[in-house]
Design a protein around this ligand. Structure first.
Ligand code: NAD
Length: 253
């Protein structure tokens, strides 16, 4: 397969938030992008707004559905003929302590946040390999680095994803595929608006040296860097983009 055609990225959870900001970075640099999201209506609206029909592909899909993920990657092969980067960004948050988390909530958070990236990586590797290698970036969380109450399922899923990142980095290096993670601190998105109470917001402000939430674009820049050739010797790493939260070591309640 030639490397002369524009590169192709697959971004999950691309209809809004951090995923959409990453899509914009790829498009701005001439890439073609497959946007995958469970929210088909939101995806359609996003694609229309991006106004780049020849360089975008909408894939309505639940990342926890192996068959749907395989069909999505097949559609990328048919439409674009190659794949150079995968961003496993789709995720859900249930903020509850251990004793309030139902088995159904636990299973769903694990299915979307951990099994989803596993399925996407398995489906994408043959096309990445046939395209000459590439990069995978998994979006974990500072909740993977620090334990706290309220995040039992979410934190466990993201810690699992952080380790999956390292496993895949070691195994896929021989195929020329780099695998890294980005661990966001709190970012002003629909997810944060849904689960961050005023108390949680105050706790974060006190624990983050830069004293504010991150912006979607600040996360997207880190994701895009790790997907590109400038990160050619970086694999198996989790980059915290968190305003200094992890460095400061101030715990959340
Ligand atoms: P968001 O809720 O704004 O966007 C997530 C997108 O993923 C949505 O478009 C949603 O429809 C999609 N999605 C959800 N479940 C899906 C599924 N099963 N299959 C396909 N798509 C699905 O969230 P965000 O804040 O932009 O978060 C993006 C990623 O960053 C998530 O993995 C999240 O856990 C992580 N993260 C966010 C924050 C934060 O404060 N916002 C902090 C740390 C980590």
């Amino acid at each position: 397969m030639t490397t002369s055609s524009p590169k192709v990225a697959l971004v999950t959870g691309a209809a809004r938030g951090i995923g959409l900001a990453a899509v914009r970075c790829f498009l701005a640099d001439g890439w073609r992008v497959a946007l995958l999201d469970i929210d088909g209506d939101g995806l359609a609206a996003t694609i229309a707004h991006l106004a780049a029909p020849e360089r975008t592909l909408a894939l309505p899909c639940d990342v926890s559905d192996a068959g749907a993920v395989a069909r999505g990657v097949g559609a990328i092969a048919t439409r674009f003929g190659r794949l150079d980067a995968v961003v496993n960004n789709a995720g859900i948050a249930v903020f509850k302590p251990l004793m309030d988390t139902t088995p159904e909530e636990w299973q769903r958070v694990l299915a979307v946040n951990l099994t989803g990236p596993f399925l996407v990586i398995q489906a994408a590797v043959p096309l990445l390999r046939d395209s000459g290698g590439g990069a995978i970036v998994n979006i974990t969380s500072i909740s993977a680095l620090r334990a706290s109450t309220l995040r039992v399922a979410y934190g466990a899923s993201k810690a699992g994803l952080a380790h999956l990142t390292k496993q895949c980095a070691v195994e896929l290096a021989a195929l020329g595929i780099r695998v890294n993670g980005v661990a966001p601190g709190p970012v002003e998105t629909a997810m944060a608006k849904a689960v961050h109470t005023p108390e949680i917001r105050a706790d974060y402000r006190d624990a983050i040296p830069l004293g504010r939430y991150g912006l979607e674009d600040e996360l997207a820049e880190a994701i895009y860097f790790l997907c590109g050739d400038r990160a050619s010797y970086i694999t198996g790493q989790i980059l915290a983009v968190d305003g200094g939260f992890d460095a400061a070591g101030i715990g959340l309640p």
